[in-house]
Design a protein around this ligand. Structure first.
Ligand code: ADP
Ligand code: ZN
Ligand code: ZN
Length: 838
């Protein structure tokens, strides 16, 4: 029986236990005991801090509260309760569980990516002077000196102690101090999130009346510096017209940063009680001022209105609708109108975008319409900013959030609509680490949990999505014309073989393309050059002996980056200096092979020395605001030619771009991957869509290829998505690929190739026994068979949608993977599971 006693509040004091989600890769919940003092306050979804393992402290989330002690172990106590109100909603917990189940990972791993690290607690060892310590004569001189130093401060981290004594190597001294119990070592738990605090000053209440204020100014005649401070304050805060203006005060920095004002005058006034200091928490988004005057009343065109109505109608019976609208058709306007309608009904809206390059422009458009209600969540945000969005969703401030894939983890509790723009984008899928989730697919489940609707939008839908639309699972709505009488761009295929034969090629550029660029420049219009490879050249090769620069950690050639005179591995980040001589034979004839954006940028500068050329790729956009600045530059006409990777292909809307040049189409088409045809179609169509988005600028797209007769190129030129779909889908069915099957990829890794192979073979064998040989392909080394010094082997499992019980199959796979991971002969082997791999 439970012992029940009454406390002062009349609450029954029962012993409670809580099952916690902890951020560890173990597929289970952990039961902890709830200290009585938390009995009344603890709730599902609240964060707690608990000891874990020998000396770790981790933040967990309460999933379930009950009175059953664990049978197999003695429950440890919860250390701290961080939230009075749940930080994680029941919807989130349900969703995290679904993700863990579906993608075969632990809920803790989901929690780990879902919670911004600012909401996770870190533990840090601190050192404190022991006030009870008496045995000073036991200390060496060195120890005594350090103890004296530590005594001055309340508590210090190891690092701080090092800094204070100006010697980083004091760990052994600290250790002996701990041993002699002169100092105490403890774990300080601190919350990482720090709200942004602004220090302000205001006049104290009595000076809010005109009389007192005037009197004060009179009194200050003798201290002109102080008088100056008061006058300055009054010039900024209209206290005479509106006494309430004083309540919001003025940033202290206004005074401290002004050289004409002395700091001490302000301090004196504070001491005298003329001014008082106070602090406010400010939103990090305060700087993005909404513009309520513009844009709200954009009227939908007839075609857009029809699409809008159709979507609303379809939502009556379908949970998911696919909007297939050509580039420049104004899908964003349709999204905005839908979002407005949903927000008016009191529900929340989540607007997902594949990449932040895109958010820059769309955020400006959304801000105009939604102002303060709009939260923004993306990967270049600092952690504090992410925490603020999280808290803003909980508090109800942000009813609409625009963000990248991880925004799906935000604590919504009343979602009405999720918009997944550019739904075909592969960056919606997370590869590493687990959970290897696909944000589009998770959206559909999240929406189900909250009776919300999902709108998928794309000019080039994923085959999977289009398939679901044609078979009636999703609704389908089309927008076939561009906004404002702009026509679709005109395509030109350039035969580079022919140009090479007639020696017309200039470096990588065909003469046709150079000529077209020249004309575009002459018209003062902008061009885009698309090459989906960054760096200068693909690799370096010796002409004499054939040596190729390869990564020492990965089985891949190093990319040459001329700007930094470096060879870089795009898989592990390894860097090397460019060798002056061939490391193989000493020859100086080392040449660059292949070309990336850097090389094209260089060549453009040779053709057009006065043109303003910009490059947008991973290398030029690492800084937080790099995208934004570059996009603004282009919008303002400060760039004539933009060279870029796939980053420039999607969503961007520049009205002055009239020409797009596409390089290396053949490499995209022939990449050895089941989705290469689909991807090439999507990528080239998307990048083409950047051209001619205004009625008076007919867009032109020039594609360089070694074979102009390729079927897929004809489909792209004709903007024939349906045609591409019809052909591809037949092949997918024939070869049993998605959407007819689901794919699961297992990757076995080990430092030694033989162990990796052995593990993969064993696993394949175990799987085949029950699943059959047709369903298990491999093992085989992937295209890059060694990454970060570890050898890789892939196993691909194909499961027919109709025939196979997916859940049971996954349980079986997990069992076999566990067998491999615990196999003593395969020590150190690691297996990753990628469900619905792309
Ligand atoms: P998509 O996302 O389909 O490629 P966008 O939504 O970016 O197309 O629209 C293309 C351009 O047309 C944008 O500059 C947008 O502002 C403009 N536009 C689209 N619809 C309208 C409308 N109804 N009224 C005014 N401008 C519009
Ligand atoms: Zn050589
Ligand atoms: Zn590498």
């Amino acid at each position: 029986m439970l012992t029940v006693e009454n406390d002062d509040f009349g609450l029954e004091e029962v012993t409670l236990f809580a099952d916690l989600i902890l951020p560890v890769p173990v597929r289970q919940l952990f039961t902890y005991r709830v200290p009585r003092v938390f009995n009344a306050a603890i709730k599902n979804g609240a964060r707690v801090v608990v000891p874990f393992g020998k000396n770790r402290v981790v933040t967990g989330v309460v999933a379930h509260i009950h009175t059953t002690p664990p049978s197999r172990y003695q429950a440890k106590y919860i250390g701290e309760l961080l939230d009075d109100e749940p930080l994680v909603t029941p919807y989130q917990i349900a969703l995290f569980n679904w993700i863990a189940d579906y993608y075969l990972c632990s809920v803790g791993e989901v929690l780990n990516v879902a919670l911004p690290s600012g909401l996770k607690i870190t533990s840090q060892s601190k050192i404190q002077y022991n006030p009870d310590f008496e045995y000073f004569d036991l200390l060496t001189e060195e120890e005594a000196g350090l103890l004296e130093e530590i005594k001055k401060y309340q508590s210090l981290t190891y690092e701080e102690v090092g800094k204070r004594v100006g010697d980083q190597n004091i760990n052994h001294v600290i250790k002996s101090l701990i041993g002699k119990r002169a100092v105490i070592l403890y774990e300080e738990v601190r919350e990482k999130y720090k709200p942004k605090i602004q220090k302000k000053v205001k006049l104290t209440g009595r000076y809010e009346t005109r009389e007192n204020l005037m009197e004060l100014i009179g009194q200050l005649d003798k201290t002109p510096k102080q008088q100056e401070v008061v006058m300055r304050y009054m010039s900024q805060v209209p206290i005479q017209n509106d006494p309430y203006a004083n309540r919001t005060g003025l940033e202290k920095s206004f005074f401290t940063q002004n050289e004409e004002i002395s700091d001490s005058a302000l301090s004196t006034l504070i001491k005298k009680g003329v001014f008082e200091e106070f602090e406010v928490t400010v939103s990090r988004f305060a700087e993005v001022k909404p513009d309520f005057t513009a844009g709200i009343n954009i009227k939908l065109t007839t075609a857009q209105q029809r699409a809008f109505d159709e979507i609303i109608n379809l939502f009556q019976e379908k949970d998911t609708v696919l909007l297939h609208g050509v580039t420049g058709s104004g899908k964003t306007e349709v999204y905005i109108h839908l979002a407005q309608q949903v927000l008016e009904s009191g529900s929340q809206v989540l607007f997902l975008l594949p990449e932040i390059a895109l958010t820059t422009q769309i955020v400006v458009r959304l801000k105009k319409v939604f102002g303060d209600k709009l939260g923004i969540y993306h990967s270049k945000f600092s952690d504090n900013e992410r925490v603020e969005v999280w808290k803003g969703v909980v508090s109800g401030q942000f009813q609409l959030v625009v963000g990248v894939r991880s925004a799906i983890f935000l604590p919504f509790d009343a979602l009405g609509l999720i918009i997944v723009d550019e739904e075909h984008e592969s960056s919606y899928k997370q590869y590493d680490p687990a959970p290897r989730y696909h944000a589009r697919d998770v959206s559909i489940v999240a929406a189900q949990h909250q009776q919300a609707k999902v709108l998928l939008g794309s000019a080039t839908p994923a085959l999977e999505s289009y398939y679901q639309a044609l078979n009636g699972r999703y609704g389908l709505v089309k927008l076939t014309e561009r906004f404002g009488k702009a026509s679709m761009p005109e395509f030109v295929l350039i035969d580079t073989k022919q140009e090479r034969k007639t020696k017309k090629m200039k470096y990588e550029f065909s003469s046709v393309l150079v000529e077209e660029l020249r004309e575009t420049l002459a018209r003062n219009e902008q061009s885009i050059i698309f090459q989906n490879r960054r760096g200068y050249s693909s690799y370096l090769q010796c002409e004499e002996c054939g040596w190729i620069g390869e990564c020492e950690n990965c089985a891949v050639s190093l990319t040459y980056h001329q700007k930094d005179a470096e060879l870089r591995c795009h898989y592990c980040g390894h860097k090397e200096e460019v060798p002056k001589f061939c490391p193989g034979c000493g020859s100086t004839k080392v040449r660059t092979v292949g070309f990336g954006t850097e090389k094209l940028e260089d060549q453009l500068k040779i053709f057009f020395p006065t043109a303003r050329v910009a490059r947008m790729d991973l290398d030029t956009t690492r800084a937080k605001n790099a995208y934004k600045e570059m996009i603004e530059d282009i919008e303002q006409g400060n760039v004539d030619i933009l060279v870029g990777t796939q980053m420039i292909s999607k969503g961007l809307d520049f009205e002055n771009v009239s020409m797009v040049g596409v390089f290396d189409a053949d490499r995209m088409i022939h990449f050895p991957d089941l989705r290469s045809t689909e991807r090439a179609f999507q990528l080239i169509t998307q990048v083409s869509g950047r051209a001619g988005r205004r009625a008076d600028r007919k867009g032109r797209v020039l594609i360089q290829t070694g074979n102009t007769n390729q079927k897929i190129l004809q489909k792209i030129i004709a903007n024939d998505y349906e045609g591409m779909y019809a052909e591809e889908i037949v092949e997918r069915e024939q070869f049993k690929y998605p959407p007819f099957t689901r794919l699961i990829k297992l990757t076995v890794r080990h430092l030694e190739q033989s162990v990796a192979r052995q593990g993969a073979e064993k696993l394949t064998h175990l799987l085949m026994e029950k699943m059959g040989e047709d369903r298990v392909l491999g093992p085989q080394p992937p295209l890059v068979e060694r990454i970060r010094n570890r050898f890789l082997f892939d196993i691909l499992i194909k499961l027919e949608r109709e025939k196979v019980n997916f859940k049971a199959a996954k349980t079986f796979i997990l069992e076999k993977v566990t067998d491999i991971l615990t196999d003593k002969t395969l020590k150190g082997a690691d297996v990753t599971i990628d469900v619905d791999c792309l």
